[in-house]
Write a protein that binds this ligand. Structure first.
Ligand code: HAM
Length: 429
């Protein structure tokens, strides 16, 4: 033991072990391929942006900007923040690089770390990964439905569709919300003393957020309050009706949730969340909606947009709860050699096998030792077959192929026959 004190990680930032990382990778890959197939191109953006971007895009009076950002002064006294979400940075990049022109439709997807200084608990972390998808240049309600449909397909591919519910709402245009905001303030002002502390604070900064307060008494007070639905303009109503019609056609069930307003300021019209009523308090898996004015508000062109994002760790917590299966690596090959003099030949054989089966994992035993201990490791690795280099046989360009699952069989394999024989052991290869 060293005498130095050990260093701990930062609260809410996790070291995910191999099996968790494997599941996260699986969840992420499913999303990436489903969205890629629908034409969503991958994009990579900085994790650090000017604080002003999030203040303007996400909103100064949102929880995210008000109390959850990791912000600091750079050496030139400029305030920078670790991104708490991906939408603002993408819109900034599109404007800055001139990626969007009138009449164009852009579909993007991204995966990466986000940072929010929230109170950590299961499913809520200070560093978490999001998968997100965004479409620019389409005001048509079919695009809202496409995003919802693809996110549904992702949940379906993960086997989660029976455990989730789509909550959906329309929050209309900014002018509708301004009017409603005043009506809500007028209603709640005389009841100020009865509101919980958070809602009192929000009354004059972000009163719509009071709607999704978790405090029961506040919810009781809201029962008689004016309804946002009564303030929504006709165009937005029609847009919403069409989104719902598309969802009906696509056989996606939804729950109309008039309380759903989302925690970020840039939305208009459609907002939605995929939720579970079966997991604890962190029951929102994904959220998104329309944000048709954000690009112009950040100094760019008028460009309709819609998108969503999901927390991968939260998806994983959910996946683990409902899907018992563990991801195993039965589709792999383990290369063993009888003597250390054959080590480099073993690397050569492994490389050949990888070329023949590009999607199959081929692991070379570099610890060597007795054949028995190598076989033990091969078995533990979950490999389907072992390729053994034995001195006498290898001198004649022959490998020994041993199956490790089901019934064990063993046969000789000429090096020159590897490319025809190996694929027969792997269906998907
Ligand atoms: P959001 O609802 O703030 O939306 O976050 C999306 C998802 O990120 C949540 O549903 C949740 O799964 C995950 N998430 C958020 N905070 C945490 C946390 N502290 N720990 C773990 N997971 C978390 C957005 O971020 C928008 N940018 C989504 C969007 C894209 N809207 C339009 N386009």
């Amino acid at each position: 033991m060293g005498t130095q004190q050990t260093i701990q990680s930062i609260r809410g930032m996790n070291d995910w072990d191999v099996s968790t990382s494997d599941r996260l990778h699986h969840i992420e890959q499913q999303a990436q391929s489903i969205f890629a197939q629908a034409g969503y191109q991958k994009i990579r953006l900085p994790v650090l942006e000017k604080t002003e971007l999030f203040a303007r895009a996400v909103g100064n009076h949102t929880d995210v900007v008000e109390k959850e950002m990791y912000s600091f002064s750079d050496r030139n006294d400029q305030s920078l923040s670790l991104r708490p979400e991906g939408t603002a940075g993408l819109v900034r990049a599109i404007i800055e690089n001139g990626w969007w022109q009138q009449g164009q439709l852009l579909r993007y997807q991204y995966t990466g770390p986000m940072f929010r200084r929230e109170r950590p608990q299961k499913g809520r972390y200070r560093q978490f990964a999001q998968f997100g998808a965004e479409v620019f240049g389409a005001s048509n309600p079919i695009i809202d439905s496409e995003i919802i449909h693809l996110s549904y397909q992702w949940l379906e591919a993960l086997g989660l569709k029976n455990h989730i519910q789509l909550h959906i709402n329309t929050i209309g245009e900014s002018a509708d919300r301004q009017q409603y905001r005043q009506a809500l303030i007028d209603y709640l002002n005389p009841r100020y003393d009865e509101l919980d502390e958070d809602s009192q604070r929000r009354l004059h900064t972000n009163p719509l957020r009071i709607l999704d307060s978790k405090i029961e008494h506040t919810q009781q007070l809201l029962q008689q309050a004016p309804q946002l639905q009564d303030f929504i303009n006709e165009k937005s109503q029609t847009h919403f009706t069409q989104v719902l019609q598309h969802l009906d056609t696509l056989n996606i069930d939804y729950h109309l949730n008039p309380q759903l307003v989302r925690g970020l300021d840039y939305y208009n019209d459609t907002v939605f969340e995929w939720m579970s009523d079966k997991t604890g308090s962190q029951n929102t898996l994904c959220g998104g909606g329309r944000y048709d004015s954000l690009m112009a508000e950040l100094g760019g062109k008028n460009c309709s947009a819609v998108g969503f994002a999901a927390g991968l760790e939260r998806m994983d917590a959910f996946y683990q709860k409902f899907i018992q299966q563990t991801l195993e690596h039965h589709d792999s090959i383990y290369v063993i050699c009888q003597a250390s003099s054959l080590s480099s030949a073993a690397l050569f054989v492994a490389t050949q096998a990888r070329k023949i089966l590009p999607s199959i994992r081929v692991v070379c035993d570099v610890q060597l030792g007795s054949l028995k201990s190598q076989f033990k490791r091969a078995d533990k690795s979950g490999a389907k077959i072992a390729l053994i280099l034995a001195q006498e046989e290898y001198a004649k360009h022959i490998l020994i192929l041993k199956t490790l699952r089901d019934t064990a069989t063993q046969k000789n394999l000429l090096l020159t026959d590897m490319d025809t024989v190996l694929p027969t052991y792997f269906n998907s290869a």
